[in-house]
Design a protein around this ligand. Sequence first.
Ligand code: SF4
Ligand code: SF4
Length: 304
Amino acid sequence: MGKHVNISKNWVNRLIQDFISSSPLNSLRNENNDPAWDSALVGFSSGTDKIWQQYKEYVGAFHWTPWEVFNQHSPEEIVTAEQLTVISWILPQRKQVRETNCRAKRYPSEEWARIRVFGEEFNVALRNHVVKSLENAGHKAVAPMLVPNWTIVKSERFSYASSWSERHAAHAAGLGTFGLCDGLITERGKAMRAGSVVAKISIKPTPRPYTNHRAYCLYYAEGTCGKCIDRCPARAITQGGHDKEKCREHLALSREYVKKTYKFEGYGCGLCQVGVPCEAQIPVKVARQALQRGELPLPPPPIA
Ligand code: SF4
Ligand code: SF4
């Protein structure tokens, strides 16, 4: 570990934005070498937030708290939950990528499939970069998605669930709420990918500007919309929610299409993330305006 440097919110923000602007890995690896991402939303949550225990109770005991994942992978440095901050980020899909997938009817556009593979490779590099930079600044850190025992578990309630969810971490860090299709609707919409790192640093948590974990979805907030139901080519979304199994089967089928059509090993879908009112913004007007005015109804969101 390097010389101890105090870590602020701005330090983390700059680190992430600089990596997006300067890393050669930020590329769709297409002919034009278009960037995968252009910016990020960043939020912070505390290791002591009650929401981690609520996730455990709701998702299953296998779902890690930040303290559990940190201590498993940093046994030489035992810490308390109070000493931990979770850094979460959202990488919103660029307009050009959204527009191409918007025209897709069954399988993803080439750009979208490239993002799913190469954009996520960049996201992995970003997680590693954040961990390494924090350690160089004297602070131990762990990226939960990159630890070797991160796993997907069969779950009675959700058909399957994982030991750590980037979307749930982002929700805890005030970055968004869940939609009918299970995607996380953020200030920049639902078309995005997310990442996180748990670190032994102290940064004030970002307030959650919602009192309900579905506050930004028109279907739950106003009883309207449901547009993602029609966008899904696999009929995996209904008024009852998202059928993960059907979605996964469709994703598996997309592999052959991507290989045959775009000539690279990839996959993807995300048709429900574009061509819908929550694609690039919070569609619930009162919630969007309250956020713009900086109004923060603060009681922690209920989980069920
Ligand atoms: S498309 Fe409509 S119903 Fe579906 S998640 Fe977005 S706001 Fe909710
Ligand atoms: S990712 Fe594709 S298959 Fe899965 S729910 Fe969305 S539209 Fe349907």
